[in-house]
Design a protein around this ligand. Structure first.
Ligand code: LLP
Length: 428
C-alpha cells in the first residue's frame, strides 16, 4: 500500500485525496502516485546505505517509472540515475538532471546513443561487450574526452525470480561472461583502450528478488574479481555497482525484505569480502527501480461491464487492461484490487478483473478477491507504480493514462492523458 493510504467514510484516500472523486474528475484509467511515499523510499535508500556505508550512492533505475516529475524528485533527493538509452537520457536532460550523475546501461546502445551520452557528459558508461568497448573508445577519441566506464559482469548467480527478468546467470545476453575467463581477459583490453578509464564493475542479477543471499553471493563474486584484477593487472578499482532487484509485496502473501535489510546485507557483504581480500572499500552503488516506485503507485479504473458465467467465473471489466498493465499477461503478475468507493467492506467475491482489449489474455487480476462490484464502481489496483506506465501501449487505440501525484490533500497532473490526436500525430 502507498504510505498514506487510508479509508475515510468507506472511500479510499491516498495523500489525503479521495480516490473516488479523483477518478471522476480526472477520468480513468489513471495512474496515481503518493508523493510522500516516493520521497520516503528515496530517502530510506539513501539514508540506510549512508549510515552503514558513507561512500555509497543510490542510482534510480528510471526504466521502472519515468516522467519529468519523478526525475525532479530523484534529483532533489540527491540520487543518481540509470538510463538504458537515449530516450531516457533525453528526459533527464529535459529537467536538467546533472549528467555527471547519470549512468548509461544497455546491451546494445547504438553508436548514436553512445555519442549523445558521451557528448552530454554522462558520468559512467556501463560497458556490456567488447564490441561496445571499441565503439566507446573510438567516440571518446573523436570527441577528445576520456570516458569513465564500468564493465558489466554476469556473476553466474541464479536469482529466484521469473526467467524473463533474471539477468545474472551464465546464459545471458547481458555483460561480460566469466566463462573461460573471458571477462578477466577483457579487462586487459579495457585498460589498454585509449579514451576510456575503467573505474569500476557492475552487475545486476535480476528483478523482484526476495532471497537476499543472492545479493551476497553476487557481491562475493564481484569482490573476488576485483581482487583478481588487482593481483593480475595491478589496478585497484574504486567503484562497485551491485544493480537493483529488491522484490516488493504485490499481494498480502508476499513477504519482501525491507530497504534496511537490503542495505545491511549488501554493505556487510562488501565489507566482509573486501576485508578478506585486503581491498580498500570501494564506492558502493545500487540501482533500485521497482522497490522505489511500485508500492507508491496505484491504477484507478471504472467498472463498465459485469458478466457472470455460471459455474465458471465472474468477469469485472474495467476501462483499461493490458495497455496500461502488461505485467499480468507477460509474467502472470499478481495484484490486489479494492473497490475504492467500498473500501470499508469485506472482499467477499472471487472475480477476474479483465480489461477492454481484444484478447482473452487481457486481465489485470485473475481470480482475485474483491468487494461485490457494481457498474460505475472505482477499482483501485495497488502496486502498479513500477513497469506499468513505462511498458504501456496504445493497443486497440487506447490513449495512455494520465499520471497524477497526490500529497497533503492536493492532486496535480504531472503527465497528461493522451488524446486521440496524440495517437496519430506521427502519421504522415
Ligand atoms: N539495473 C539494471 C541494469 C536493470 O536492468 C534493472 C532492471 C534495474 C537496475 C532495476 O531493477 P529493479 O530494482 O527494478 O528490480 N519489466 C519487468 C522488470 C524488468 C527489469 C529490468 N531491469 C517487470 O515488470 O517486472
Amino acid at each position: 500500500l502507498p504510505a498514506t493510504a487510508e479509508v475515510r467514510d468507506g472511500h479510499l484516500f491516498i495523500g489525503g485525496v479521495d480516490m473516488v472523486q479523483l477518478a471522476r474528475t480526472q477520468g480513468t484509467a489513471l495512474y496515481v502516485f503518493d508523493e510522500a511515499d516516493l520521497r520516503g523510499r528515496m530517502e530510506a535508500y539513501r539514508d540506510e546505505f549512508a549510515k552503514r556505508y558513507p561512500n555509497s550512492d543510490i542510482i534510480y533505475a528510471s526504466k521502472a517509472f519515468l516522467n519529468k516529475e519523478v526525475l525532479r524528485l530523484a534529483n532533489a533527493e540527491g540520487l543518481c540515475l540509470d538510463v538504458s538509452g537515449g530516450g531516457e537520457l533525453a528526459c533527464a536532460q529535459a529537467v536538467g538532471f546533472p549528467t555527471a550523475r547519470v549512468f548509461m546501461h544497455g546491451n546494445n546502445k547504438t553508436p548514436q546513443e553512445l555519442e549523445e551520452a558521451m557528448s552530454a557528459g554522462v558520468g559512467r558508461i556501463v560497458l556490456d561487450s567488447r564490441l561496445e568497448l571499441a565503439r566507446v573508445s573510438e567516440i571518446a577519441q573523436r570527441l577528445g574526452i576520456v570516458q569513465d566506464v564500468y564493465m558489466r559482469i554476469t556473476p553466474g548467480v541464479e536469482a529466484d525470480t521469473h526467467e524473463y527478468i533474471r539477468t545474472g546467470c551464465e546464459d545471458s545476453k547481458f555483460g561480460f561472461t566469466m566463462r573461460e575467463d573471458f571477462a578477466y581477459k577483457c579487462v586487459a583490453d579495457v585498460l589498454a583502450a585509449p579514451g576510456v578509464r575503467l573505474v569500476g564493475l557492475h552487475c545486476h542479477i535480476g528483478s523482484q528478488i526476495f532471497a537476499l543471499h543472492s545479493f551476497r553471493e553476487a557481491a562475493a563474486v564481484m569482490v573476488d574479481f576485483m581482487a583478481r584484477i588487482r593481483d593480475g593487472y595491478g589496478v585497484t578499482l574504486g567503484e562497485l555497482d551491485l544493480g537493483g532487484g529488491l522484490g516488493i509485496a504485490y499481494t498480502a502473501d508476499h513477504e519482501p525484505s525491507s530497504i534496511a535489510d537490503f542495505a545491511e546485507v549488501t554493505t556487510a557483504a562488501v565489507k566482509d569480502f573486501c576485508g578478506q581480500h585486503g581491498l580498500p572499500l570501494p564506492r558502493l552503488l545500487v540501482e533500485p527501480g521497482r522497490s522505489l516506485v511500485a508500492n507508491a503507485g496505484v491504477t484507478l479504473y471504472t467498472v463498465g461491464i459485469l458478466k457472470t458465467l455460471p459455474g465458471i467465473r465472474k468477469y469485472v471489466a474495467v476501462d483499461g487492461g493490458m495497455s496500461d498493465n502488461i505485467r499480468t499477461a507477460l509474467y502472470h503478475a499478481e495484484y490486489e484490487p479494492v473497490i475504492a468507493n467500498k473500501a470499508d467492506q469485506p472482499r467477499t467475491e472471487i472475480v477476474t478483473l479483465c480489461g477492454k482489449h481484444c484478447e482473452s489474455g487481457d486481465a489485470v487480476v485473475i481470480d482475485g478477491s474483491l468487494q461485490p462490484a457494481e457498474l460505475g464502481d472505482i477499482v483501485c489496483v495497488f502496486g502498479t507504480g513500477a513497469y506499468n506506465m513505462t511498458m504501456a501501449s496504445n493497443y486497440n487505440g487506447q490513449p495512455r493514462p494520465a499520471v497524477v501525484f497526490v500529497k497533503d490533500g492536493q492532486a496535480r497532473v504531472v503527465t497528461r492523458r493522451e488524446t486521440y490526436a496524440d495517437l496519430y500525430a506521427r502519421d504522415l
